[in-house]
Design a protein around this ligand. Structure first.
Ligand code: GDP
Ligand code: IMO
Ligand code: MG
Length: 429
């Protein structure tokens, strides 16, 4: 029996949703373990697109989906997503979608704080998604957060909201110069959310562990990417949770002994939304054409994604940080038509070659990517289903990724559709 973690190796939007939906066929349970509705995971099945922000990408395969304790949940967004999936005829009833009683709740003041702080920072902003993610994790760490278990207890909830808002409102009004939040209207609104979501709330840790012991297979779906990790990413231009594979255990309440494999998704080039360092970013026509061909717009905020060449320094970093057992390469079809494809093999910094990804953003800013050029291909590869049928140059590009990362490739994605995929080795088998 296998329990697999799927993680983004870059700065998010690597195609986790597509791959999790595909692999969910072999899973019994799909679990999100961190992040919140800052994520936007796109699934394309029979030509129809579905975007999920907080519900794991296993619903279209009819699988049970769990939202772990490590996730921060905006109940309004979750309810909207339940209704959206339900309107598509997908079963998202309380037996299918369960939320950990320990997951923290995103409150209206979290969103207000996120947006107002970003505005105040001006040029120095992080470029957050404005969904209240950072302020919610901040309250979790400082023990002022509200978990689902408290949301479901009207008395405790009301008391908490009132006392928290004394401090938050002072800060919102006097420091950030934005409107205060009215506790009574928040309490009324969230009591309604609680009633609607109560049947979905469960002890996820117990349910996953029991399922694993009964021989079920679990797929853990990461959000964001390794270089947006709060500890290991390009701090402070990161999100507020640990995005690396180890958090699959912490964020869902299971022991590491149950994880049998970790697959890292690598987009065949690199993208980033929001601010922060990006050594292989392209500012020329090639970058623009990748952005256009890859339809690189944020699935959550609609912002244009910054585009650049594949950076194997960061992929190697992701191999180490996540203990990757395999790679999944996505969006290979987007590179078709380029005469030459560049791949970054290392960084040069003040005359020295760097082997490791630097923590110091000043050093990172001084790094110049060292590129290798490989010949491209012009054939449309989106209908190819066997690796051997790919153009020779595409195979050489993939082989070079394997050499540079010392990690095997399990899957190659050649289009957004579930079927537009070459499975070299199913990670579940
Ligand atoms: P996630 O956040 O990692 O789930 O990725 P997103 O859904 O935000 O962004 C990935 C985008 O690329 C989505 O629009 C997908 O439908 C699309 N996509 C995924 N794999 C492929 C692929 O192999 N080729 C192409 N052309 N598009 C893909
Ligand atoms: P998925 O799961 C890409 C980025 C934001 C910003 C930074 C902090 O779809 O890959 P936050 O709102 O989390 O405080 O913003 O992180 N970011 C993402 N970028 N994909 C995501 O998720 C992201 N989630 C957050 O753009 O730079
Ligand atoms: Mg996304």
């Amino acid at each position: 029996m296998s329990n697999i973690v799927i993680i983004g190796t870059q700065w998010g939007d690597e195609g986790k949703g597509k791959i999790v939906d595909l692999l969910a066929e072999d899973a019994d349970i799909v679990v999100r373990f961190q992040g919140g509705n800052n994520a936007g995971h796109t699934l394309v099945v029979n030509g129809e697109q579905t975007i999920c922000h907080v519900i794991p990408s296993g619903t279209l395969q009819g699988k049970t989906c769990f939202i772990g304790n490590g996730v921060v949940v905006d109940p309004a967004v979750l309810i909207e997503e339940l209704d959206y999936l339900s309107s598509k005829g997908i079963d998202v009833g309380p037996d299918r979608v369960k939320i950990s009683e320990r997951a923290h709740v995103i409150m209206p003041y979290h969103k207000q704080l996120d947006l107002a702080r970003e505005k105040k920072k001006g040029d120095k902003k992080i470029g957050t998604t404005g969904r209240g993610i950072g302020p919610c994790y901040e309250d979790k760490a400082t023990r002022r957060g509200i978990r689902f278990v408290e949301l479901l207890d009207p008395e405790v909830f009301s008391e908490k909201v009132k006392s928290i808002l004394e401090e938050k409102n002072f800060y919102l009004e006097n420091y950030l110069s934005v409107e205060k939040v009215d506790p009574d209207s928040v309490i009324t609104q969230y009591n309604r959310f609680a009633q609607r979501l109560a049947p979905h709330v469960a002890n996820i840790s117990v349910e996953i562990t029991e399922a694993i012991k009964a021989g079920k297979q679990v797929l853990f779906e990461g959000a964001q990417g390794t270089h947006l990790d709060i500890d290991h990413g390009t701090y402070p231009y990161v999100t507020s949770s640990n995005t690396v594979s180890a958090n699959a255990c912490c964020g869902s309440g299971i022991g590491p002994k149950y994880i049998t494999g970790v697959n890292g998704i690598v987009k065949a080039y690199t993208t980033r939304v929001g601010k922060g360092p990006f050594p292989t970013e392209l500012f020329d026509e090639v970058g623009k054409s990748i952005q256009k061909k890859g339809a690189e717009f944020g699935a959550t905020t609609g912002r244009k994604r910054r585009c650049g060449w594949l950076d194997t320094v960061i992929v190697r970093n992701a191999v180490r940080l996540n203990g990757l057992t395999g790679l999944i390469i996505t969006k290979m079809d987007v590179l078709c038509g380029l005469e030459t494809i560049k791949i970054c093999t290392g960084y040069e910094c003040n005359g020295e070659i760097l082997d490791d990804f630097p923590a110091d953003l000043k050093i990172l800013a001084a790094c110049k990517p060292i590129y290798e050029s490989l010949p491209g291909w012009s054939e449309d590869i989106s209908k190819i289903r066997k690796i051997g049928d790919l153009p020779r140059n595409a195979i050489e590009y993939l082989n070079r990724i394997v050499e540079l990362t010392q990690t095997p490739i399990n899957i190659i994605s050649v289009g957004p559709g579930r079927e537009e995929t070459i499975v070299v080795k199913n990670p579940f088998i």
